[in-house]
Design a protein around this ligand. Structure first.
Ligand code: SF4
Length: 617
């Protein structure tokens, strides 16, 4: 990405990301820069959310740009507006141009604002490349005409030919954004993606092919595909998947799909890629969906998800609470139906009332109250009061903790049926417990739990809740299952084991320093034989406990050199032996009740297999 250096420039493009990996790439600013004439000197500033306003103001002023472009999104509008006001003082002659979704969807409010605070000379609504280029050319050749009020320009087309990746404006990192299309064929009333039309403009395949080749050459690991319904129509999705498979088959793809359009062939193609697919459900209630101009063909939706499930594809489902006409009970029904699809992830969001959307025009019809500023979250409707919104927020926190961050899809239903409740009831109990224990508060933003934190809270809750229900006898097995899946999931993400013979000579020949487990190795202790979880799994917790006597054991988890996850049963004493080695500079000759010969044999094997390593102190 172009960096600001200490020199003057024609154009500065200012973006500010939200801190999330997905939004870190200034693709919008990059696309504007790529569209400018090659002779134009353009710098991109991609600011972190907590940027130092005074420092940035000074830096940008030093560059004396003739044009500054502000890339405004829901997460940065307020901060960048403050920056624009501060910069206006130092750069009175510079032409300020604002673009991005926040400007595009907020026509009336920008026009009103412009009279009192004309900080921007121009706002460009829609895809801005062509108009921004025109404005910059006019400023540079002296033909730009300023006016006392902000000028509002609307897109005159879309330009998807120039690629910010291919012309070097943006440098591919480990994760990148790939824009495969703009627009959406659907028109959900709360969304601005469709921009009032069904038009979808596709990125030319030749550009995509070259971008994929570049990503492979630069070692990109993950691609977030920007395309709100990549598989609509079906043939387009298949063409894109063939392209990914042909030019960059080893990259992991994050895709958004329309479930009703996923057929067997699409699922087969997806199964050949490393990918995750997110689909929007939002609600299962026909009237609620009708209120926001959405339709749902449930049989086709189910068929699409079944294809994903059958082909072993990772998928998530989006739900929205607070939709007009929906209630808290309605949300619970939608969530229960969603859990029955066994998604790996369920994204549950409150509705946002984006200015300029069709839904905003229906605000009075449904008595929608929402925050006046970004993120415009709805706080009550005629069918859901503020208390119901608070309950929905608590349910969201419980879902995020237990199901999403806690990666519970494999055993969630088993725990719920052991407690004789459905998934929503289980989560509601968790929510009450989280509030009671002070882990969440409806008055504070919902926490973002780390996996390990979530895992500890899951354990604590299951112990407490099962005991409250008089199910103490099920607790060891319940905790075992959670432990097994936690270690398994952590191992999938870890590096594969490298046997000593295959280690590079520097690693293999270290003969002093402290001992540790190899990075990809996890260990655990279990109350029941761990192979029961690894081979057959558990479908009914009560039956499992009835049929199987407890028998403590240990297990090692690692990925073998072929990448497959191994779960190897070992005696608990050996787990303790390996633990005692961590941080030690000498390996023990004897440990606990283990015979010296067995101690030596376990350690020798751990060394040969690469499980134990000596690291320089
Ligand atoms: S919510 Fe999704 S499907 Fe609906 S208009 Fe927006 S992008 Fe399209």
């Amino acid at each position: 990405m172009k960096q600001v250096k200490n020199k003057t420039t024609d154009v500065v493009l200012i973006a500010c990301h939200s801190g999330s990996l997905l939004q870190n790439t200034p693709l919008g600013a990059g696309s504007l820069c790529a569209a400018l004439p090659p002779s134009c000197r353009c710098e991109i500033l991609n600011l972190p959310p907590d940027f130092d306003l005074e420092y940035i103001c000074e830096k940008v002023s030093d560059l004396k740009p003739k044009v500054i472009g502000f890339s405004l999104y829901v997460w940065n509008r307020t901060r960048l507006q403050d920056l624009a006001h501060a910069l206006r003082y130092f750069l009175p002659d510079t032409v300020f141009i604002a673009g991005g979704p926040e400007v595009s969807c907020n026509t009336s409010s920008w026009q009103q604002n412009s009279k009192s605070t004309p900080v921007y000379d121009v706002v460009i609504q829609g895809h801005a490349e062509l108009l921004f280029k025109q404005a910059v050319v006019n400023v540079l050749d002296g033909t730009f005409v300023r006016s006392a009020e902000t000028q509002s320009w609307c897109e005159i087309g879309t330009l998807l030919i120039e690629s910010p990746w291919l012309n070097g404006v943006l440098e591919p990192q480990r994760g990148v954004l790939l824009e495969t299309a703009r627009g959406c064929p659907f028109r959900c009333a709360y969304c601005f993606d469709a921009r009032g039309s069904h038009a979808v403009t596709q990125t030319p395949y030749m550009r995509l092919q070259k971008e994929l080749e570049l990503f492979v050459a630069r070692g990109v690991e993950q691609v977030w595909v920007l395309d709100s319904s990549f598989n609509v129509p079906c043939f387009r999705g298949k063409e894109l998947l063939h392209l990914f498979l042909e030019y960059a088959p080893r990259i992991h793809y994050h895709l958004e799909a329309k479930a009703e359009y996923i057929d067997a062939e699409t699922a087969q193609l997806l199964a050949q890629l490393s990918c995750s697919v997110q689909v929007g459900l939002q609600s299962v209630h026909a009237q609620v969906l009708e209120n926001v101009d959405r339709t749902l063909d449930m049989p086709r939706f189910e068929a699409g998800l079944f294809e994903l499930y059958q082909h072993g594809i990772t998928y998530g489902i989006d739900l929205i609470y607070g939709l007009p006409g929906d209630t808290y009970a309605g949300l619970c029904k939608s969530l229960e139906a969603t859990l029955e699809f066994y998604p790996n992830q369920i994204e549950l969001f409150p509705l946002a009332l984006l200015p300029g959307t069709i839904l905003e025009q229906r605000r009075a019809m449904f008595t929608i109250n929402a925050l006046p500023d970004p993120p415009y979250t709805v706080t009550s409707t005629s069918s859901m009061d503020t208390e119901a919104f608070s309950r929905a927020a608590v349910l969201t926190a419980a879902l995020n903790l237990f199901y999403n961050t806690g990666r519970a899809v494999a055993y969630f239903e088993v725990l719920c049926s052991a407690c004789n409740c459905n998934g929503v009831e289980f989560l509601e109990h968790l929510g009450i417990w989280l509030e009671h224990e002070g882990h969440i508060s409806t008055l504070a933003p919902l926490p973002d739990w780390e996996v390990e934190q979530a895992y500890k809270l899951q354990h604590e809750f299951v112990r407490t809740y099962f005991s409250k229900l008089g199910l103490e006898n099920l607790v060891p097995a319940a905790l075992d299952i959670m432990h097994y899946h936690y270690l398994y999931a952590e191992t999938i993400l870890a590096p594969a084991l490298v046997p000593r013979a295959a280690q590079d000579s520097n690693t293999a020949q270290i003969e002093s320093g402290s001992w540790s487990l190899a990075e990809g190795v996890r260990m655990g202790e279990f109350s029941y034989p761990v192979e029961l979880y690894h081979t057959t799994g558990v479908e009914d917790l009560i039956e499992f406990v009835y049929l199987n006597p407890t028998k403590r054991c240990g297990a090692l988890f690692y990925r073998d050199p072929d990448g497959e996850v191994e779960c190897r049963v070992i005696p608990v004493e050996v787990v303790e032996l390996f633990r005692s080695c961590i941080g030690a500079t000498q390996l023990p000759a004897q440990f606990g009740s283990l015979e010296p010969s067995r101690t030596a044999a376990w350690l020798q094997e751990a060394l040969e297999s690469g499980i134990l390593l000596q690291r320089p102190s």
